[in-house]
Design a protein around this ligand. Structure first.
Ligand SMILES: [Cu+2]
Length: 501
């Protein structure tokens, strides 16, 4: 309401000023028209000059005032390698247009003042000058040629795909209304194949084909975590409408188009922490991050790189924000290793798993790594209680109904072999267990044979047989219910009990 009154009052004031000016002019025209024209031209000319100076001054002042808030200047220098090339292009364009702007601006207002109406001064009629025509055609053409050539060279450098045999990290970003799915390739460094016909919301968001083993270690992340100094190739795609993969601090921006995969390659050169330390030097970032709470953390402390969708893709568009975290390569390795594969945690042994009930190389490798940690812990704790010293080897696989070791078991058995080498006094008991299906006596002898098969593997590698006792317990010591397939699978196992070391 107050605002409305202010606007109305200002309007009224303008009308009053206009009417007064009109009366003034009418009286002046009646007294001495010629003198009046010269006088108003004088006033207008000076006003033009004043406006020119104030306007140019304001432009320069505002450019300096906002410099630290613009990408490419002050604290917001590029955080990626190619970003500097893009910023330098903007600066070059700004330089040329800036020079033209200042010259034109000064001339425009100076001329308006200098050549204002003066009694008796004649206008010069200037028809044509070929040299002048040539000059103002050639100069802009030259400048544009420089800008375009530089632009093309930069474009080709920035958009060049990775070379064959070049090391890079591939990440996939899939946009939909309204989220980003960020998929990492896992240990094999390769993203598995997808098929849109396999998309099932909530179950298989990307339509990953589980028969492709490269999919088995792929994982999805809530934030984009990248190692500093490593080339990153982002595969960009969308599931519904146009989105746009935008990382402003890295000068990365690419459309995410349904059906047409696009990509962007860049190398982050500053970790999040390093970028924060740079922001810290500027007073703009020394303010509390929450204006309502003076004790909140400072802006530079809470800064994060971000991924946004730069396409107005719908009403939930704003929620397509993800935090981007750049860390040292060592930290990244730790993070990468700690992530859980989507297949192994959500799909494995479900009805969607084409390898349901079968051993898998990729899984055996992961379990072997876990076994190594379990062994190290058992030795470290030194505890004599059975639970801490008994390891469940659910990654030793046999052919169905036989004691023949599956080749995939080697990953786990190698770890056990190494433990015997590292601890020369180690002696263990290896026991075989089965589920409750079938004849109990047959199961007991099968479990005994399986325990012996593990022993044979180890003695075959030179470990003394006296260090390994074997036992077959059949279905007598289940670790899970036998009425589900998952329970039976867990019960079919080899136990490795450390007796002494
Ligand atoms: Cu979007």
């Amino acid at each position: 309401m107050t605002a409305l009154f202010i606007v109305l009052s200002l309007l009224l004031l303008l009308v009053v000023i206009f009417q007064v000016a009109k009366i003034n002019q009418l009286t002046a025209d009646l007294t001495d028209p010629e003198f009046h024209i010269e006088r108003t031209s004088n006033t207008n000319g000076k006003a033009m000059l004043l406006f020119g100076v104030v306007f140019l001054g304001s432009v320069i002042w505002s450019a300096m005032f906002y410099a630290n808030r613009m990408l490419g200047y002050g604290p917001l220098k590029s955080a990626s390698e190619h970003g500097y090339a893009i910023d330098s292009m903007f600066n070059m364009t700004l330089l040329f247009t800036g020079i033209i702007f200042v010259i034109c601006h000064i001339l425009l207002f100076w001329f308006a003042y200098r050549y204002r109406y003066t009694k008796g001064r004649k206008v010069l009629f200037f028809v044509n000058d070929n040299r002048l025509e040539l000059l103002w055609t050639a100069v802009p053409a030259l400048v544009l040629t420089i800008l375009i050539i530089k632009g093309l060279v930069t474009w080709n450098e920035v958009m060049a795909d990775v070379k064959k045999d070049e090391a890079f990290l591939e990440v996939e970003a899939t946009g939909w209304q309204f989220a980003w799915n960020l998929r990492y390739p896992g240990k094999d460094g390769k993203l598995g194949v997808k098929d849109f016909r396999m998309i099932r919301p909530g179950v298989n968001e990307l339509g990953q084909d589980w028969t492709d083993v490269r999919n088995h270690d792929d994982f999805n992340a809530d934030e984009l975590v990248l190692p500093k100094g490593k080339k990153v190739r982002v595969r960009i795609t969308a599931r519904d409408v146009l989105h746009n993969f935008y990382l402003p601090h890295f000068r990365v921006k690419m459309d995410a188009v349904p059906g047409i995969p696009t990509y962007f390659i860049f190398t982050p050169v500053k970790t999040t922490d390093e970028f924060r330390q740079e922001l810290r030097k500027y007073p703009e970032y020394q303010m509390p991050s929450d204006p309502a709470d003076p004790n909140s953390k400072l802006k530079w402390e809470t800064f994060n790189y971000e991924l946004a969708c730069a396409e107005l893709c719908g009403k939930g568009h704003y929620s397509m924000r993800r935090v981007v975290r750049v860390v040292s390569p060592e930290e990244w390795e730790v993070w990468n290793a700690s992530q859980k594969s989507h297949y192994l945690t959500n799909v494995r042994h479900s009805d969607d798993d084409p390898f349901k009930g079968q051993p898998l190389e990729s899984e055996a490798l992961l379990k072997a790594a876990a076994l190594k940690d379990m062994l190290a812990n058992a030795f470290k704790s030194g505890s004599a209680d059975d639970a801490a010293r008994t390891l469940q080897l659910d990654n030793v696989y046999f052919e169905t109904g036989s004691a023949a070791l599956n080749k995939i078991s080697d990953h786990a058995l190698e770890i056990l072999y190494q433990a015997f080498v590292d601890y020369p006094n180690l002696s263990v008991e290896i026991s075989g267990h089965t589920d409750s299906t079938g004849d109990a006596n047959a199961n007991i002898s099968l479990s005994e044979e399986r325990a012996v098969a593990v022993k044979s593997f180890l003695t075959g590698r030179g470990i003394a047989g006296s260090r390994i006792a074997t036992k077959g317990l059949g279905p007598n010591r289940p670790v899970a219910e036998n009425d589900t397939e998952e329970g039976r699978r867990r019960n079919r196992r080899i136990e490795f009990k450390i007796l002494k070391f």
